[in-house]
Design a protein around this ligand. Sequence first.
Ligand SMILES: [Zn+2]
Length: 122
Amino acid sequence: MADDNVRTTAPEAVTSATDSPSPTTSAPEAPASRPPRAGGRPGGPGGRERKYFRRKKVCKFCVEKIQAIDYKDYRLLGQFVAESGKIVPRRLTGVCTPHQRRLSVAIKQARNIALLPFGARA
Ligand SMILES: [Zn+2]
């Protein structure tokens, strides 16, 4: 019992008294693991993420110079109506605001004459 107490206290006194290399080397070991992380980055930032193909959004009506959207043209309107019957939001289709406004009016008119659905069928 007494011997054990003496042995445990003895090393502490030794390390504190003399500058042994063990405490100084143990401290830099932890940061030493960081450098490979910083260096191991070949790609680097910059460049868009292109996980899936995304077309450049341009207003279709501006491109084709369609001023008045015909509500009878259900093929055209159908491109901006989701499968659920909803009007596809502008941020998805890329249609500009004035055209989206006319488009939504045209779609609603087309709905009334049963060219387009109001909602999805169950
Ligand atoms: Zn437009």
